[in-house]
Design a protein around this ligand. Structure first.
Ligand code: CP
Ligand code: NVA
Length: 340
């Protein structure tokens, strides 16, 4: 039985495979409805709090636009704009905000923070990114990959995640693999292999479900027969500056570039990136890092490859709206009110 009403989303594993499928299918329906300009204000009179302790473009805007489309109201609580953490505890904040709002989005540092918020909140709490997980991003990526796959499901597809395999995207893609049955090959230098606990847990579930999850530092082994290549920034938000240079040097051979694409031997390969991407010098951080390291052509992805797959990457970003909308509707309303 699946009942998403009033559920938290701190990570994808909060849901079953059937529930993830339900959210993705609802998102696909909502996307069609929006394109036909037939949006129904299911979330009328709902009030949403958006807590951001870190910066955001896509997640914040997707939550806001999804809420506006559905006639809900939002309050943006940006970094340093509330008492949270400095003068007021997570528990007290959760109790206060959940007596005022119908749902709370949280983006912050430690994953434990969202666990405390969700424990003391009387309303659904959604994770908009923590150091360990980014579930709303993967919901969007799953919808994107489903749209790009002729079979309309990801069974037997092979997704390669390459780069920093210890970050929030890597952990979440591991959970996504066993929830939606795609084969996952993680390619990373040994220093950045996934956290053992989550990797072993997902790998043992994968074995039972007869899907393959592997991790290798060999690009040529891992890339074979890939349908999708997914990468993320090498420097995540909040990482200490002292580690940047050394980390980039270790990860450089794992850049998504022309040679890597050719090694996949798949002319129809798709490249995914959750964004923001360090593919050029047109940002303060990009210019500083590329100059310092004497690099000309991007960090985790080259300018050329980013341009080639830009349409898919920007589709992922747009799909954030539809999937976040589906998540809010599914957790804030009883199913009978939106599924007629
Ligand atoms: N992908 C993503 O979460 O983007 P933002 O940091 O802009 O929200
Ligand atoms: N791993 C990245 C994801 C950004 C969406 C970060 O945490 O900064």
């Amino acid at each position: 039985m699946s009942n998403l009403y009033q559920r938290h989303c701190t990570r994808l594993f909060d849901f079953s495979d059937i529930e993830i499928k339900k959210i993705i299918n609802l998102a696909a329906d909502l996307k069609k409805i929006k394109s036909k300009k037939r949006e129904i204000g299911y979330l009328k009179n709902k009030k949403i709090a958006l807590i951001f302790e870190k910066e955001s473009t896509r997640t914040r805007c997707a939550f806001e636009v999804a809420a506006f489309d559905q006639h809900a109201n939002v309050t943006y609580l940006g970094p340093g704009s509330t008492h949270l953490g400095y003068k007021e505890s997570l528990q007290d904040t959760a109790e206060i905000l959940s007596s005022l709002y119908d749902g709370i989005q949280y983006r912050g540092g430690k994953h434990e923070n969202i666990m405390i918020l969700s424990k003391y909140s009387k309303v659904p709490v959604w994770n908009g990114l923590t150091d360990r997980f980014h579930p709303t991003q993967l919901l969007s990526d799953l919808l994107t990959m489903q749209e790009l796959s002729t079979e309309k499901n990801l069974k037997r597809k092979k997704i390669v995640y390459i780069g920093d395999a210890q970050n929030n995207i890597a952990n979440t893609i591991l959970e996504a693999s066993v929830l939606t049955n795609f084969n996952l090959s993680i390619i990373a230098p040994k220093e950045y292999w996934p956290e053992k606990k989550i990797f072993n847990c997902c790998q043992s579930i994968a074995k039972e479900k007869k899907i393959k999850i592997e991790c290798t530092d060999s690009i040529s082994d891992g890339i074979k027969n890939a349908d999708f290549i997914y990468t993320d920034v090498w420097i995540s938000m909040g990482e200490s500056k002292e580690t940047w240079e050394n980390k980039i040097k270790i990860l450089l051979p794992y850049q998504v570039n022309k040679k890597l694409i050719e090694l996949s031997n798949n002319k129809n390969i798709e490249v995914l990136h959750c964004l923001p991407a360090m593919h050029n010098k047109e940002t303060v951080m990009g210019e500083m890092l590329l100059k310092k390291l004497g690099l000309k052509n991007g960090l985790e992805i080259t300018k050329e490859i980013f341009q080639t797959y830009r349409k898919t990457i920007f589709r992922q970003a747009e799909n954030r709206i539809h999937t976040i909308k589906a998540l809010m509707i599914a957790t804030l309303l009883k199913e009978s009110t939106y599924k007629k």
